[in-house]
Design a protein around this ligand. Structure first.
Ligand code: FEO
Length: 390
């Protein structure tokens, strides 16, 4: 990535990763991603806010330049995950006087993961500032967005907020938010994958920054938000758990019996005016499922019984829902079996600890009959009524 001046003395020095196709061995990255790092030069001191994946340390170094490397005073680590912190060892070696700045938990992680010596760390708390000379860095603790040590850095004079992962999204394709055609879909998928389990912490963080004048939000993945209101409004809704009259149907089928029930359910819901998204777990993209979980008010899970329990992909789907903690209020389970059931019971066990109410279930032996499909449609109409009721 070429170096880009965001404001005078604030440069984007990160890298684009076009070839990474899966993140955390879980999340597909159809458009790659970027690791955004920001070099902030005051009249007296220089700071680097976050680094990049270790594979790109050389490119980061070139972007920073030899002089700035040697003169670097502070390396701000907003987050310790290696996609942003992996180049810390290289930077600390190249910048002999640099001090790593992080939350107290961040300092512990920097020592554990990146072997930064204690005498080269500085723990900061909420509201602490560092004066670079005409550029003031203010630190805002933002725990569990999405690790316990996370914080934001605010560049006061330029009104730039650097929230690391929060309000970022995965694409290598654009520099600014208004250049991204698929803005909402990408941002929503990213929120669902990374931030939705911590939505409450996200809402707290938004409340904490609500009075800060913000001209630019410069996250550590994807485009820089030079129109910050758009992403702020998305995050306000998503962290509040606002849902719409929408249901996500995720299923796996072996010989089409469960699929027929899912189709009957989808038809019934659509007939009642409910927005529907259907995902076959055998081929689905987790990012798309996560995106649809962000604002769906109901979830329908379909899975056959196989070898005495729910089909493994059904278990995967149910566990994904439990793990991502979507704001959905209602669920329905549909299943078919050959000679012994069990999938519905297992779905209820997995979803039991969540706050999602199972409002209906239907399990059939063999292919569903016309009566079975009518029963599924009836459950669908009941579900639609609950969805519309809010
Ligand atoms: Fe982009 Fe949590 O690292």
């Amino acid at each position: 990535m070429a170096v880009v001046e965001i404001r005078k003395g604030v440069n984007l020095v990160g890298v684009r990763d076009w070839s990474k196709k899966i993140f955390d061995a879980l999340i597909p990255l159809p458009l790659g991603t970027s690791y955004n790092s920001y070099l902030v030069k005051g009249s007296a001191k220089t700071a680097l806010i976050d680094t990049v994946n270790a594979d790109f340390a050389g490119e980061l170094m070139r972007n920073i330049g030899e002089t700035a490397q040697k003169e670097l005073d502070y390396l701000v680590m907003n987050h310790a995950e290696p996609d942003h912190a992996g180049s810390i060892p290289a930077i600390m070696e190249a910048a002999p006087q640099a001090v790593l700045v992080a939350t107290p938990k961040g300092v512990d992680m920097a020592r554990l993961y990146f072997h930064v010596s204690a005498d080269r760390t500085r723990a900061v708390k909420d509201g602490d500032t560092i004066d670079l000379g005409g550029k003031t860095l203010q630190f805002i603790e933002a725990p569990f967005l999405h690790w316990p040590e996370t914080m934001f850095t605010y560049i006061k004079e330029d009104k730039i907020l650097c929230p690391c992962d929060f309000m970022g999204f995965h694409t290598a394709e654009a520099l600014y938010d208004d250049e991204v055609e698929e803005f909402t879909a990408l941002a929503k998928a990213y929120f669902g994958e990374i931030m939705m389990p911590y939505a409450r912490m996200g809402a707290k963080a938004l409340d904490k920054i609500k009075d800060l004048p913000i001209d630019v939000i410069a996250p550590s993945h994807g485009p820089i938000h030079r129109n910050p209101r758009r992403i702020l409004e998305c995050y306000r809704k998503w962290t509040a758990g606002e849902t719409v009259e929408k249901a996500i149907l995720v299923y796996v089928t072996m010989w089409s019996s469960t699929e027929k029930m899912i189709r009957a359910m989808a038809d019934a819901l659509i007939g009642e005016g409910i927005e529907v998204r259907v995902h076959n777990l055998a081929a689905a993209d987790i990012g798309t499922i996560a995106k649809d979980l962000v604002d769906s008010r109901a979830i329908v899970l379909g899975a056959p019984t196989v070898l005495g329990g729910m089909h493994p992909l059904g278990i995967y789907g149910a566990n994904l829902v439990k793990m991502l903690r979507p704001p959905a209020k209602y669920a329905v389970a549909l299943s078919s079996y050959g000679w012994g059931g069990g999938a519905i019971k297992q779905a209820a066990e997995i979803l039991g600890p969540t706050k999602i109410e199972i409002v209906g279930a239907h399990e059939v032996k063999g292919p569903p009959s016309a009566d079975d499909l009518a029963k599924v449609a009836e459950i669908g109409r009941t579900l639609a009524a609950r969805i519309k009721a809010g």
